[in-house]
Design a binder for this molecule. Structure first.
Ligand SMILES: Nc1ncnc2c1ncn2[C@@H]1O[C@H](COP(=O)(O)OP(=O)(O)OP(=O)(O)O)[C@@H](O)[C@H]1O
Ligand SMILES: [Mg+2]
Length: 314
């Protein structure tokens, strides 16, 4: 499944006039990919996601799902099973008297039986680390903020979308909540889904994304691999977006004379590079690191394949 933006623009019209929120944006994202979106407040991130979810129609250009224009009502039928969109602060959309009913709303609405809906609810709750026996019959409004966020995301995931679109999913959570939810998103990605995520965490984007889009005033400033995008460290800092912590640290070390290579975006990569410079015994360490990287890559492929295979059975 492939979602394509072909020269998409979007203009809001209000009594205060017109605001061009997106200007001629083109991109493509599919299953197994992870598109990270960063940009200043007001740069058009949420507008872009709403266009992806079919909630807004472009003012110009086309949004295509597997080659079909999303503006056709026929194409938007059963959209939640293909494209699942979680808004900023999705817990504000909770409405049902119980957690299970809230999470099961979309599958039920799509015509699944009670038993099938219950199976979807259990699947989503398991993924979101919400114990069924403990939470299913509670009111979502009795829960903590972090629990409400997980219930809201479970409601999106219950439709098993092949493309999961998340608008700052960890905003406002404490560090443990952020880590937990990020792990859930990673797991859903590993199972073969495509992910689109707006985030202010450059560390998460660097670690997870296969492609990064930097938005400014509704247009793409950069769009490419994390390595390519984060090589614009000065400009990103000037835009107050910054770079991953490891990249900033590596730049400081480089400035103080250490000949570290470019493109170190994660703490693990930086640690490996430092270990490789460590003198005697380094040879073994480096070989070990390379072996580990190779193994990790192989494992990632295997699990992605397994995930895709499993998905056909969904
Ligand atoms: N409903 C609306 N009506 C009019 N203008 C809007 C509307 N929603 C957004 N805008 C404007 O469109 C532009 C893009 O807004 P958008 O919400 O997409 O940005 P964002 O990157 O998601 O910002 P943030 O980081 O604050 O969430 C901004 O100038 C914003 O003021
Ligand atoms: Mg926004």
């Amino acid at each position: 499944m492939q979602l394509v933006f072909d020269q998409v623009s979007y203009t809001y019209s209000s009594h205060e006039g017109e605001i061009a929120a997106l200007r001629g944006l083109s991109l493509s994202v599919g299953e197994g990919e992870f598109l990270g979106i960063i940009g200043h407040t007001g740069s058009g991130k949420s507008t872009l996601l709403q266009l992806m979810g079919g909630l807004l129609a472009p003012s110009a250009g086309r949004v295509l799902l597997d080659g079909q224009d999303l503006k056709d009502r026929q194409v938007r039928r059963n959209l939640p099973t293909r494209v699942g969109l979680a808004f900023q602060y999705p817990e504000q959309q909770l409405f049902a008297p119980t957690v299970a009913e809230d999470i099961g709303f979309a599958p039920r609405n799509a015509g699944l039986s009670a038993a099938e809906t219950d199976e979807r609810v259990r699947f989503a709750m398991r993924l979101l680390r919400l114990d069924y026996d403990r939470y299913a019959s509670l009111s979502p409004f009795e829960l903590s903020g972090g629990e409400m966020r997980r219930v809201a995301l479970a409601g999106v995931i219950a439709s098993r979308p092949r493309l999961l679109i998340l608008d700052e999913p960890t905003a406002g959570l404490d560090p443990a909540g952020r880590r937990g939810l990020t792990a859930v998103i990673e797991e859903y990605h590993r199972e073969g889904a495509g992910i689109v995520m707006v985030s202010h965490s450059m560390d998460d984007i660097a670690r997870l994304a296969t492609q990064v889009l930097v938005l400014k005033d509704g247009a793409a400033v950069w769009h490419g691999t994390p390595r390519a995008v984060f090589s614009h460290a000065e400009e990103l800092r000037a835009m107050s977006l910054g770079v991953p912590q490891a990249a900033a640290f590596a730049a400081d070390l480089r400035a103080s004379g250490l000949p570290l290579p470019e493109g170190l975006l994660t703490i693990e990569a930086l640690a490996d590079a430092l270990a490789a410079m460590g003198g005697a015994g380094t040879g073994a360490g480096t070989a070990g690191a390379q072996r580990e990287t190779g193994e990790a890559t192989g494992a990632a492929h295997t699990s992605a394949d397994a995930g895709t295979g499993a998905h056909h059975g969904l």
